[in-house]
Design a protein around this ligand. Structure first.
Ligand code: NA7
Length: 548
């Protein structure tokens, strides 16, 4: 945020332009400052926070424990912030990010309310031209995309929406003032993580709630609870070890890896393990029980059956319980974490509407129409998700060497080296991009790793007077092959998930994240850097043109 009254320069020549002021952009700015580089962050929201700025819907809460879903780069910051619950709410996380922005004096280099519309690489000048929605063009030697994986909103395109006489909201564009559901008939479209968090909260207020479900999802109990100060203090005392364990784990959380196959233990032992996980709760409640959860159909089936049994035991209405039972391989679509979601269907005013059987046909002035009839509604809540992972990147018109567009290059699916850099797009870095563990991991652990890698890389270049870095086409091909190969050995690519772009019509079906785990990935990145940025072309301006 620029000081009041001052306008940011419209033509600045920056060392680094950063897009996005969420967890990634804030830490990136802090690191760049530490290197003495002139950096500016462009943020389309009217305040910092990224995902946590936009997703203010009732019940919004992190599904990673708060003591792990936070920065670790400053021990002072760790010591001075008090998390109050096992899983932090959206307002608490947003307060934390405001605190970080203020504490490290970041706001003066953050330009809020500014959408970056295009990034064009000027080869002769070795600069990125950063164009904003206001028509300003700033130049920068390097660009960092810190735009988030779940920030390009899937817009509701139901016919008739304009005619609706009630109010409607997308969960990821929730108004800052709270929405009053009291005495109202509310329709919620979608049953992903967002809806599963929001429905129990909406049901506390609304007169009637209709949940329009196309595909049921698995959800684990959060077992959320207050975090007593003494427990937080104990966690902080062992924090370096805890964080290191998270960094070297698969999912970026400090949970010991499983040791046995689900198929090598007796049915009783399996049940005991799943019950223990269910009692503990959380996103990994079942997935951390056995080694072959994500890779073996039979092993996965045992966890599916356990989760379905739980749903049947909670939901009293037989037909609602069956309709809520998912059929896909558990874990291959992001597992949800809830507080009282399935229990909510036992309340007389909460109704499940199967829109797989009877699809939504249109919005009417009075409500929502499905093939089975009309549902009169006062409020419609669209919890329909995002153009995930690549969406926010491709919302920007990015043109690299020779004017080649990133959209064109990625028309068959995203291609990158390490999820960090793209051949043909010099001096452009992506934080938690496709091809990195990103959404399969604790985002903050992955963000810190990427930001540190990028900062170290820039320091390496600056120290040697090197003005340019670009992923080589060969290294990129090899990485994309590797990412696909290891994903192919799991059950993940078989699901119609946003991990493969299945929720966006026309999006290429490619499994985008790296499934090898945070620890393995970190070692790969460290090795590349340690070998003088192997797989990257450093310096010079005469790299051969490449055809996309
Ligand atoms: P998700 O997980 O993409 O869920 C979106 C939900 O909306 C899902 O149940 C969809 O059903 C449903 N949907 C989308 N379009 C429609 C239409 N046209 N008709 C009916 N239902 C529809 O998004 P979330 O926001 O819940 O969660 C995203 C991530 O954010 C989450 O995993 C956390 O990491 C945070 P479908 O499955 O496509 O049949």
């Amino acid at each position: 945020m620029t000081p009041q009254g001052a306008r940011p320069s419209r033509t600045a020549d920056l060392d680094v332009a950063v897009v996005g002021a969420g967890f990634a952009g804030l830490y990136m700015l802090h690191r760049l400052r530490g290197l003495g580089l002139r950096a500016r962050v462009f943020e389309r929201g009217t305040d910092v926070g990224g995902t946590w700025f936009w997703n203010r819907y009732p019940g919004a809460r992190c599904d990673i424990e708060s003591v792990d879903y936070c920065y670790s780069f400053s021990s002072d910051l760790l010591a001075e912030w008090t998390w109050t619950e096992r899983y932090a709410t959206q307002p608490e996380i947003l307060r934390y990010l405001h605190h970080v922005a203020d504490r490290f004096g970041l706001r003066r280099d953050i330009q809020l309310g500014t959408r970056v519309t295009s990034l064009r690489y000027d080869e002769p000048g070795a600069r990125w031209l950063v164009e904003t929605g206001a028509g300003d063009v700033v130049t920068a030697r390097h660009c960092v995309l810190a735009v988030g994986n779940l920030s390009s909103v899937k817009r509701p395109d139901f016919p008739g929406l304009d005619s609706f006489l009630g109010e409607w909201h997308h969960t990821a564009r929730w108004p800052a003032s709270s929405v009053d559901f009291r005495g109202k008939r509310v329709g919620v479209i979608g049953t992903g993580s967002t809806a599963i968090q929001a429905v129990p909260q909406i049901a506390k207020q609304a007169d009637q709630v209709y949940v329009f479900q196309r595909t049921p999802n698995y959800s684990m109990p959060a077992r959320n609870r207050p975090l007593p100060p003494e427990e937080l203090r104990a966690v902080l005392r062992g924090y370096p070890g805890r964080r290191r364990a998270a960094q070297m784990s698969d999912a970026g959380v400090p949970v010991p890896p499983p040791e046995r196959s689900a198929l090598e233990v007796s049915a009783e032992e399996r049940r005991r393990m799943y019950e223990a996980g269910w009692r503990r709760g959380g996103i990994n409640a079942l997935s951390y029980a056995f080694t072959d959860f994500f890779t073996d159909e039979l092993a996965n089936f045992t966890a599916q059956e356990f989760a379905r049994e739980k749903i049947r035991a909670i939901v009293r209405d037989r037909s609602a319980a069956e309709a809520l039972c998912p059929a896909h391989h558990i874990g291959t679509k992001r597992t949800c974490v809830d507080t009282g979601y399935f229990e909510t269907y036992n309340a007389g005013h909460v109704h499940l509407v199967d829109v797989r059987r009877s699809p939504v046909t249109r919005v009417t002035p009075r409500g929502l129409e499905t093939a089975a009839g009309e549902y009169p509604l006062d409020v419609i809540v669209f919890a329909i998700g995002f153009d995930a992972i690549t969406g926010a990147i491709l919302e920007i018109d990015i043109r690299g060497r020779g004017g080649a567009t990133l959209a064109g290059k990625w028309s068959g699916g995203p291609r990158s080296h390490l999820g960090l850099c793209v051949a043909g797009f010099p001096n452009l870095f992506i934080v938690t991009g496709p091809g990195s563990p990103g959404v399969l991991s604790n985002m903050v652990v992955s963000i810190e790793q990427h930001v540190d890698w990028i900062a170290d890389c820039l320091s390496h270049l600056e120290g040697r007077g090197i003005d340019r870095i670009e992923a080589s086409a060969g290294a990129e091909d090899a990485w994309v092959r590797h990412v696909n190969e290891i994903a192919g050995a799991t059950l993940y690519p078989r699901a119609s998930s946003w991990y493969v772009g299945a929720n966006i019509p026309g999006k290429p079906r490619v499994f985008m994240p790296y499934v090898g785990g945070c620890g393995t990935y970190r070692r790969e990145c460290e090795e590349v850097a340690g070998r003088g940025y192997a797989g990257f072309i450093l310096g010079g301006t005469a790299a051969p043109p490449i055809a996309f």
